[in-house]
Design a protein around this ligand. Structure first.
Ligand code: 8YV
Length: 325
């Protein structure tokens, strides 16, 4: 009878990482997004001490109850809005995630969306392919250089965006719950309303939580310049999408670049798909070979460390690890 900890993996494990995990644990692989309480027997579930899963798995109180021996759940994502963290902490289940390794990739998509919006790159491609260029020049667009980039949230990703934007000669301002000493030299702290009023591009970099759901709505959009762009690479529900669509249709803002939406995958029937001043991406912020490899490596390392008694690199509720939960 194996004495190795039993863990559930509902992620796609590269062969070498499956081998690495198997050296330390007995692995039960289940389809991505499937709930263990749907596909794993009660007898086996009672022995599970660890899990690595994507953000498609809702780690809620019911799932925690179905895994009575669980001590750690490792999220293959930096966001953890799929996890009921208070319930996990109450159960003394450590939650890990994958910050740091995806900061650059998400920041790059942020800058990419900003350039697509300001320089009309998506329409420009269609313009050339359609032969319209033979009938006249593409309309003038707008510079981002010298403009003001406002960051709602100044965490790791926000700081990488700020550093990158400086290379584009942008003035960077930000709003956080409190002023961030790490932002010195990178961006200037402003009040929340001032951020929406002063930004030529406003980019969202805050997590989705009860207090941030729909926190960018009609009021905030109404504060923005009608020449301003909104970019969201964080979580769709941070923005009141109905209010955004209304603001875009009314010309309250000039455009939006969205890598995340309230409904994902976004159906073609969404009004967002009809708006010419919107650039849409399929939640690809971290979707590069290099970044996803670094993420799965970190997610597996967090799991192995936690179930073998070593402090994981990235903990969402470290108080559980420190025994203060
Ligand atoms: C994940 C994400 O990176 O990391 C996050 O929070 O938003 C996602 O892009 C991706 O789904 C891999 O789990």
């Amino acid at each position: 009878m194996s004495q190795k900890p039993k863990v559930i993996a509902s992620v796609t494990l590269p062969p070498d990482l499956r081998e690495r995990l198997a050296a330390a644990c007995d692995i039960i692989e289940i389809p991505m997004g499937q709930r263990p309480d749907e596909v794993v027997s009660e007898e086996t579930r009672a022995q599970i001490t660890g899990m690595v899963c994507t953000m498609k798995t809702k780690v809620d109180a019911a799932l925690l109850a179905a895994l009575p021996a669980l001590t750690v759940s490792s999220n293959f994502a930096v966001g953890f809005d799929n996890v009921d963290v208070p319930a996990a902490t109450a159960r003394k289940v450590l939650i890990c995630n994958t910050p740091r390794v995806l900061d650059g990739a998400v920041a790059d998509i942020t800058i990419g969306l900003m350039l697509c919006l300001a320089r009309n790159l998506v329409a420009g491609d269609a313009f050339v392919r359609s032969g319209a260029w033979t009938k006249g020049p593409f309309p003038l667009a707008r510079d981002i250089r010298g403009k003001t980039l406002g960051l709602l949230g100044m965490g790791r990703i926000g700081r990488v965006v700020a550093r990158t934007a400086q290379a584009f000669d942008m003035k960077v301002i930000y709003h956080n719950r409190r002023e961030d000493p790490h932002a010195q030299g990178l961006a200037t702290y402003v009040a929340r309303d001032e951020l929406f009023k002063a930004s030529d591009v406003l980019s969202i970099h805050i997590p989705l939580a009860a207090e941030t759901r729909h926190s960018v709505g009609k009021r905030e959009l109404g504060l923005m310049k009608n020449s301003a762009y909104l970019i969201n690479t964080a979580r769709g529900p941070v923005v009141d999408e109905a209010a955004l669509i209304e603001a875009l249709r009314a010309g309250k803002i000039a455009g939006a670049g969205l890598d995340v939406m309230e409904q994902e995958p976004l159906p073609a029937s969404s009004p967002l798909c009809e708006l010419p001043n919107v650039v849409l991406q399929a939640h690809i912020g971290s979707a590069t070979h290099e970044t996803r490899r670094a993420m799965i490596e970190l997610a597996v390392a967090n799991l192995i460390d936690a179930v073998t008694g070593k402090q994981p690199e990235a903990m969402v509720n470290p108080e559980v690890w420190q025994g203060h939960a």
